[in-house]
Each structure stands twice: as structure tokens, then as C-alpha cells.
Design a protein around this ligand. Structure first.
Ligand SMILES: Cc1cc2nc3c(=O)[nH]c(=O)nc-3n(C[C@H](O)[C@H](O)[C@H](O)COP(=O)(O)O)c2cc1C
Length: 366
């Protein structure tokens, strides 16, 4: 290994997204990765995911990859399931900054702690394991003509064994009644297919949105109707849905049952909605008494979700693939999630601070 890569790997944090700046700034100027890139990998065994053969079972969840520039960099860094941040059928600007704020979780947020009020961190973390954030972007989107062209560009950056997921969302603020909202959700999926997405993912679980769509994933009938309508638009292109964490097992089972006939994959979890206050006891994200928490602290919720999903898939002989997300920060975390028997894992927060995670995982597992 050359000296500069060795030196880079010795450093734990390499932020690629500047949390002090706006989403728009990061969209235009990011990612801040300066290199060096790891050497090409020797792929001994590919990983099957539906009809795809991946170089590894590691990807990046919808969020950190704001556009094709981000996808180009992270594909070169060895992440193999790359998710294009959630887009809509109409343009929407981002919520103002701050969009990401560091949160003090004081260890893992176990089930019994999810009702706690959390505080922001007084100092930026220096270790990956200490990074939990709360984020709120409002799911910004370019116009479809812009993001569709950019998705095509992103696809050209992928190597053999890499796959592009495009995450989409319906917009309740423009389509408030249920039938037209469902139609808009399906249209967003259709536009992602048109653009050349290998897989289309529906964000059914964004906890930050102002609109009714925020908690769709908790409603079996509503989420099932959206999945069904989207699947009808996709033909042979696989459909994934992104769910959030559940407090009640029965509710979880009903939602999975309602969606299973329509989907090829289930991803979870999204950020966990909690109360986060700053040092003046104001909401960490101005105007949002509750906001989504992600990163190291939510690992117990992420693990519980995939354990439940694995069990219910087995018991009911469902054939969807399972992608685990939530609190995965290190190669050991990746191994722990995969050992449950799920098909692949994705990271969001870790990728923003450790773009070398894919390479670290490759080195420790090959
Ligand atoms: C900066 C950022 C932006 C995000 N944006 C989206 C999004 O657009 N759509 C989505 O489904 N999830 C979004 N998420 C949630 C992640 O996909 C993921 O589910 C969550 O962060 C938990 O994973 P983590 O603990 O590895 O961060 C975002 C997360 C982060 C950190």
C-alpha cells in the first residue's frame, strides 16, 4: 500500500459533506474527498442480489449521494449499491441550514431510550463511533428533467458489479388527496425507471417531511397501495421500499404483509424521530420539535428491524431481499448485520465521515 493511502487510513474522519454549509452548497461543491483513492479490488466472489452480481454487499443509503458527482466518487471508493438521494416529480428547495447537527446520544439508543430528549453535542466528535446526527432537508429535488439526465450520468460512472438505486417520493404538499398522492408516488417511480435506475426505491419513511407522507410506512393499507401502484409502473425493474423503525411487532408484520406481494426488496431503517434540543433548549433543527436521528446511536433499532424482517421473511416464505441500514459505522458493524442472514447493508452517516469504509471492509474481509 502506498504511503499516502496508509496515512489517510490512519485518520478516522474524512468529512465529505460540510455540515456548516447549505445543502445547495454541498450539492454544487461536494463531495470534499481529496483522495487518495484505494487501489482496484480483486473480486474473488460476487454477491447475488436479485439478478445483479455485486462486488460486495455494501452500499450507501439514500441521502449522502446528492448527485452524480457524489456517486462517481463513492463508486470509485468501492461502495457497490449506490442510492441516489430521494427525488420528486416536481422541484422543491431544501430546508435552510442547519441540515445536519451532531447529537449526544450517550451510547446506544436502546428501545427503552427512544422517548428520551437528546441534546446536541457541544463539540464536533473526533471518533466515528461518537457520530450521531439529526438531519432535516425536507427532501429537496431538482426538476425531473434535471435529475433524470443526472441519473443517466451517474450510471455511466458505475463499474461492473455496481448498481444504482434511485429513491423517489410522492409530494403531499402538491397532491394532498390520497388518490393523486398515490399516483404522484407511482409517477416518481416511473420517472426513475425512465432515467435508467437499476432499482427504484420508495421512501415511505421520511420522518422529517411536513406533509402526511412522513409516516406512511406505519400504515399497511396506504403503504401497500403505493407499492402496488409503483410496481405497476416499473415492469421488470425491481422495486424496493424504505421503512422506518417500528415499536409494535404486530404493526410491523401487517405492513410487511401488505407490501410483500408488490416489492422485490425492503430496506430499513430510516432515521429515528426523536426530540433533540440545543444548549438553549431550542429544537436542534429550528422549527422542528422532533427530527430524525441517525448514525452510531440508532444501531439497536437497525438491528432489531432486520432481525424481525429476517424472521418474518423466513416464516412466511417471502422472496424479497433485505437491506439493513441504521447505525452501521465500522467493518465489524457490517459483519454483525450480515451475520443475521440479510442480503446487503447500506450506510449513510458513516459514509459522510469515513469514505474509506468500503475499503476498510474489503481489507478486513478478503
Ligand atoms: C444526510 C442524510 C440525508 C438523508 N436523506 C435521505 C433521503 O433523502 N431519503 C431516505 O430515504 N433517507 C434519507 N436519509 C436516511 C438514511 O438513508 C438512513 O436510513 C439513515 O440515516 C440511517 O442510516 P445511518 O445510521 O447509517 O445514517 C438520510 C440520512 C442522512 C444522514
Amino acid at each position: 500500500m502506498n504511503k499516502s493511502l496508509q496515512k489517510a487510513l490512519a485518520r478516522e474522519l474524512h468529512p465529505t459533506y460540510d455540515v456548516r454549509k447549505s445543502y445547495e452548497w454541498n450539492y454544487r461543491n461536494g463531495p470534499l474527498f481529496k483522495g487518495p483513492y484505494p487501489p482496484p479490488r480483486k473480486i474473488r466472489k460476487r454477491v447475488r442480489l436479485l439478478d445483479f452480481e455485486l462486488n460486495s454487499p455494501l452500499g450507501i443509503a439514500a441521502g449522502p449521494l446528492l448527485n452524480s458527482d457524489w456517486i462517481r466518487v463513492y463508486a470509485k471508493l468501492g461502495f457497490d449499491l449506490l442510492s441516489y438521494k430521494t427525488v420528486r416529480t416536481r422541484s422543491r428547495s431544501s430546508n435552510p441550514k442547519p441540515n445536519c447537527v451532531f447529537v449526544e446520544t450517550r451510547g446506544p439508543l436502546t428501545d427503552d431510550r427512544l422517548n428520551e430528549t437528546l441534546q446536541t453535542k457541544s463539540r464536533p466528535p473526533t471518533r466515528l463511533r461518537e457520530i450521531s446526527i439529526t438531519n432535516s432537508f425536507g427532501v429537496p429535488s431538482r426538476n425531473p428533467s434535471v435529475w433524470q439526465e443526472d441519473v443517466q450520468r451517474a450510471k455511466r460512472y458505475l463499474d461492473k458489479g455496481q448498481v444504482l438505486i434511485v429513491s423517489t417520493l410522492g409530494s403531499a404538499e402538491y397532491y394532498p388527496d390520497t388518490p393523486s398522492f398515490i399516483k404522484d408516488f407511482a409517477q416518481s417511480a416511473a420517472k426513475a425507471r425512465e432515467a435508467g435506475a437499476d432499482i427504484v426505491e420508495l421512501d415511505l419513511s421520511c420522518p422529517n417531511s411536513n406533509a402526511a407522507e412522513g409516516m406512511i410506512y406505519l400504515d399497511p393499507n396506504f403503504s401497500g397501495a403505493i407499492s402496488k401502484a409503483a410496481k405497476a409502473e416499473l415492469g421488470a425493474v425491481p422495486l424496493f421500499i424504505k421503512l422506518g423503525n417500528f415499536w409494535k411487532r404486530e404493526q410491523f408484520e401487517s405492513v410487511v404483509k401488505a407490501n410483500a406481494p408488490h416489492v422485490n426488496g425492503i430496506i430499513g431503517i430510516n432515521t429515528v424521530k426523536m426530540t433533540v434540543l440545543d444548549e438553549n433548549m431550542n429544537p436542534a433543527i429550528p422549527g422542528r420539535p422532533q427530527s430524525g436521528v441517525c448514525g452510531a446511536g440508532i444501531k439497536p433499532s437497525g438491528l432489531q428491524f432486520v432481525r424481525w424482517l429476517y424472521e418474518t421473511r423466513k416464516m412466511n416464505r417471502y422472496d424479497f431481499v433485505i437491506i439493513g441500514v441504521g447505525g452501521i459505522m465500522t467493518p465489524d458493524d457490517i459483519g454483525e448485520f450480515l451475520s443475521i442472514g440479510i442480503d446487503a447493508v447500506e450506510v449513510a452517516t458513516a459514509a459522510m465521515w469515513d469514505p474509506y469504509l468500503a475499503y476498510r471492509y474489503y481489507r478486513s474481509h478478503s
